[in-house]
Design a protein around this ligand. Structure first.
Ligand SMILES: [Zn+2]
Length: 191
């Protein structure tokens, strides 16, 4: 598949997502939709299409993050969840007393780096739209070292309750960004 073909598919998918307003009846629909908007920014900037948002317990968005691994330059730590947590921690700096619970919603299952970071942060609940069978750690969390497993106590780590249609969009946009990056050759060097 060539680049023009990928760009065409991305264009068509973004048009379809643009007219999607979410399906009522799913608790996390609006949050995952917001995370997907971050993923859209990421793919437009030639990064992996993964987005994340952090909310407080009233459902207000307190931080956003998107993948920035390749653009503007290669930064191995610039995953969506990492950026969302960094943005949130800047806001709560020196305000840890009586900190209200925070919830993260991401479009893709967190990788080992992001899950470990989240477990050592003050984020209480971790929700992701789509499992990542190749790089996800959330479903393999029992394999973490002892101290990280202790950090999991009293936390929620699970798939988000959003519509199947929204999950498909999160998966499709990530896969298209993955193909686009593969064609660009940027990622090949690291595999
Ligand atoms: Zn990650």
């Amino acid at each position: 598949m060539n680049n023009d073909n990928i760009e065409k598919q991305i264009f068509e998918l973004l048009q379809e997502i643009d007219s999607f307003v979410g399906i009522p009846g799913f608790e996390h629909e609006e949050f995952i939709l917001q995370a997907l908007h971050e993923a859209i920014v990421a793919i437009k900037n030639n990064n992996f299409a993964i987005g994340a948002i952090i909310t407080n317990s009233f459902g207000k968005i307190v931080a956003k993050g998107q993948n920035k691994v390749f653009n503007p330059y290669h930064r191995s730590d610039q995953h969506a969840e990492m950026n969302a947590v960094t943005n949130w921690e800047k806001k709560i700096a020196n305000k840890l007393i009586n900190l209200e619970p925070a919830y993260i919603f991401s479009t893709l299952e967190p990788c080992p780096m992001c899950l470990s970071r989240l477990l050592s942060s003050h984020v209480k609940c971790i929700y992701y739209a789509v499992p990542d069978e190749f790089g996800g750690m959330a479903r393999k969390k029992e394999n973490l070292p002892k101290i990280w497993k202790e950090f999991m106590k009293n936390r929620v780590i699970q798939e988000a309750n959003c519509s199947p249609k929204l999950k498909i969009y999160c998966k499709q946009i990530f896969e298209l960004s993955d193909k686009k990056i593969e064609i660009s050759g940027l990622w090949k060097e690291l595999k």
